[in-house]
Design a protein around this ligand. Structure first.
Ligand code: MN
Length: 242
């Protein structure tokens, strides 16, 4: 019988949609299963305090892409270019991150995931790159989701550098927000040529790999049964040894 480690994977519910549905791009689940992990989908919870009990039953946490994080969490007014927010999802994911830190569970954070992680650590976000960083590259790619849009420079001795064996990568880019001020205990490990932060990790022994791009859409590992991509492979190794 197959008994791979189970990891919690966050998802969304768009309250304005009828019928209300749990939403998650299946590419995340495929990439995790290809790496030998069993994904357990966690929607926004009516009671975020359940985060502790959920994480007590799993071996890792994956924070996925989605809505903008409400700027209330970093003490800013809403910029006119702010997109859809989901405060129940924000509260659930913030509770999950804080429980994962207490439990020392490995965390893989993607796109919105790196942003909500940063906010939970006390950092702030650029609410809209085009409006607030006029000279920046176009990060909100409009082509196919796997298409590489810009490069990132990777810090040596990071989980990211070890996982990819690279100091520079071409990545896809499907975001209009990004980290502004990094949160406490986070180390910037990847940066786009325009200075936009694209990767962070924990500066202590907590295993955290957070990226602004979408590895689940880029790698060949996005296809069912394919070899896992390097970030998912590294996460699975961390989960197995935690
Ligand atoms: Mn980008």
């Amino acid at each position: 019988m197959y008994t791979g480690p189970v990891v919690a994977v966050t998802a969304s519910i768009r309250e304005e949609e009828r019928p209300r549905r749990v939403r998650l791009n299946a590419a995340y689940l495929t990439a995790l299963e290809n790496a030998g992990l069993v994904p357990l989908v966690v929607p926004p919870l009516a009671d975020p305090h359940a985060a502790d009990r959920i994480l007590a039953g799993v071996d890792g946490l994956v924070l996925t892409g989605g809505e903008d994080v409400a700027p209330d969490y970093f003490g800013e007014e809403r910029h006119p270019a702010l997109g859809t927010v989901n405060k129940l999802r924000d509260a659930t994911e913030i509770a999950l991150i804080s429980a994962a830190r207490r439990l020392r569970l490995p965390v893989l954070a993607i796109c919105r995931g790196i942003q909500v992680l940063n906010v939970e650590c006390g950092g702030s976000l650029i609410q809209d790159i085009a409006a607030q960083r006029p000279g920046a590259l176009a990060h909100n790619g409009e082509g196919p989701r796997h298409e590489t849009v810009h490069s990132v420079t990777i810090e040596q001795d990071s989980i990211l550098a070890l996982a990819t064996g690279a100091t520079r990568l071409d990545v896809n880019s499907l975001h209009h927000q990004a980290i502004d001020r990094p949160g406490d205990g986070l180390r910037v490990t990847a940066t786009a040529p325009d200075g936009i932060i694209e990767g962070v990790e924990s500066s202590d022994d907590w295993w955290v790999l957070a990226v602004q791009w979408h590895p689940e859409e880029m790698d060949a590992g996005a296809q069912p049964g394919a070899e896992p991509g390097p970030l998912f492979k590294a996460f699975a190794e961390a989960v197995r040894s935690s």
